[in-house]
Design a binder for this molecule. Structure first.
Ligand code: EPU
Length: 454
């Protein structure tokens, strides 16, 4: 069994998904309403933030996804008591934070990238931290150099070992001047979670300003932090001695919402995504409309549907917020295979995020990936060294095939493709999808999909 199969099965087991393979009888529009809860990319970080406090926190809107279980396991290993007060509401009590045993931490090695964010909080609480080998989706090298450079700037010593990274703070961590080479989401969170309790002021330049980061800042402010978001991607943090627990409802998962929106378009269906918010999806909604998708912003969600008229091709460049998010391109590409003409998707955030298109081609799509990207005078995002472009020529009818999920978002795209394709598709390794899509099997069922788990 290779490591991807193992990751998938571990992820599936964490949320009680008994099968790792799904057989879909596609070609039927998805119809109905589903609900989306807290964002994977906020909830997991909010849980880590609870580690910084002296008193318990309560987090609402927590989805049943395997990444939440990984972070819960790691927090428990460090003495945080976690109680589910009611479905989706966690109480996190850090009163007895302690060093974890290697075996307890190692059990979570390779499962998620969140452990790297434990560094600052553990250094503040215990003076040292051990971080296991990281996991997360295999969508490029995904280095952690920005994280480690920032931690060193705060005064931490970093020792790389075979099994992970050992960090110590011989003296109290001090505020620092940090400029990120790229507005990295994770590195910005690393700086926030470390600077809030460091001595003195931290100025972070070229910070990421994704809505999930703004929500994390809101949580930290509730806890007693002093953080100002200034113009031009500058964030200033004045360190404080101690922080209290928070009570917070997580921002809704805009990536999950965009994924179901793409599913509505690709299957010629009509899906209302309860909880989806226009504010964080504006860039996505513009592209959705340009492609020919219809949407209606409701009081408590957004309805997405295929209006029955031919879809139009688009050119999209992924970018950091407020640009078009990299996580949106994979699901959208499935719908673009049905647009009349040539679409181009430039991926500028990750260097290897088109692996999933091979399976789409096996299902009848015409997608050519340019491994070094495509230069174009109409480009808005400056070219990066590591980028790719996908050229999608449509419309091409999709037919069923046997495909294997490569990563979280790519995997959801395979589900959409299977649902849109005529005939039967067998999709294996679907456990990976449970890392970030809550109850996706139940939601597919609620939308009228025809499938069985084997
Ligand atoms: N990078 C470095 N060095 C670092 C950190 C990042 O070179 O130390 C590079 C990365 O290799 C990448 C770029 O910077 O090319 C952006 O990475 P970033 O740090 O912003 O991403 P991340 O924090 O690892 C989060 C989400 C991703 C999402 C990205 C971009 C989480 C857990 N993950 O990743 O979500 O795509 O931000 O918005 O929050 C997903 O949900 O499927 C997912 C991959």
């Amino acid at each position: 069994m290779n490591s991807l199969d193992k990751d998938s099965q571990k992820a599936a087991a964490r949320v009680g998904l008994v099968s790792d393979t799904i057989v879909i009888h596609g070609g039927k529009p998805l119809h109905g309403r589903i609900e989306v809860r807290g964002a994977k990319n906020l909830v997991t970080k909010a849980m880590v933030a609870a580690l910084l406090a002296d008193t318990p926190s309560v987090l609402k809107g927590v989805p049943e996804i395997s990444d939440v279980h990984v972070v819960s396991g790691l927090l428990r290993a460090h003495g945080v008591e976690i109680t589910e007060l009611e479905p989706g509401v966690l109480r996190l009590d850090p009163s007895n934070v302690k060093g974890a045993h290697f075996a307890e931490i190692d059990a979570h090695a390779g499962s998620s990238r969140i452990p790297i964010l434990f560094c600052g909080p553990l250094l503040h609480q215990l003076g040292e931290a051990f971080i296991p080998d990281l996991g997360g989706c295999r969508i490029g090298d995904r280095p952690i150099d920005f994280h480690l450079d920032a931690l060193r700037a705060f005064g931490a010593t970093v020792e790389k070992k075979h099994e992970g990274i050992h960090l110590t703070a011989p003296q109290k961590l001090r505020g620092a001047l940090i400029e990120l080479p790229f507005p990295s989401v994770g590195a910005t969170e690393q700086v926030l979670l470390t600077a809030v309790r460091a001595e003195g002021t931290t100025e972070l330049k070229n910070a990421a300003i994704e809505p999930e980061i703004m929500d994390l800042i809101a949580i930290l402010q509730k806890m007693g932090a002093i953080i100002s978001v200034e113009p031009n991607r500058v964030i200033v943090i004045e360190g404080v001695e101690k922080l209290d627990g928070y009570l917070h409802t997580a921002i809704v998962d805009r990536n999950e919402a965009a994924s179901w929106a793409a599913a509505a378009l690709a299957t010629k269906g009509d899906i209302t995504v309860g909880g989806a918010r226009q504010q964080e999806l504006m860039t996505f909604l513009n592209v959705y409309r340009k492609v020919g998708g219809a949407f209606d912003v409701l009081e408590d969600g957004i309805r997405f549907w295929h209006p029955g008229t031919p879809l139009k091709p688009v050119t999209v460049e992924t970018d950091v917020h407020p640009g078009f998010m990299t996580d949106w391109q994979q699901p959208l590409i499935v719908a673009l295979t049905q647009a009349e003409g040539v679409s181009i998707v430039h991926e500028t955030v990750y260097e290897n995020r088109f692996g999933f298109t091979e399976a789409l081609n096996e299902m009848g799509a015409n997608i050519v990936v340019h491994k070094d990207g495509i230069a174009s005078i109409t480009r808005r995002v400056p070219r990066r060294k590591l980028e790719q472009a996908a050229v999608i020529t449509g419309p091409t009818p999709l037919h069923g095939a046997a495909v294997r999920v490569p990563d979280l978002r790519g995997g959801f795209s395979h589900l959409i493709a299977g649902l849109a394709a005529t005939g039967t598709s067998t999709i294996s390794n679907v456990g990976i999808i449970s890392r970030g899509y809550e109850l996706f099997i139940d939601k597919m069922r609620a939308l009228g999909a025809d499938f069985e788990l084997v």
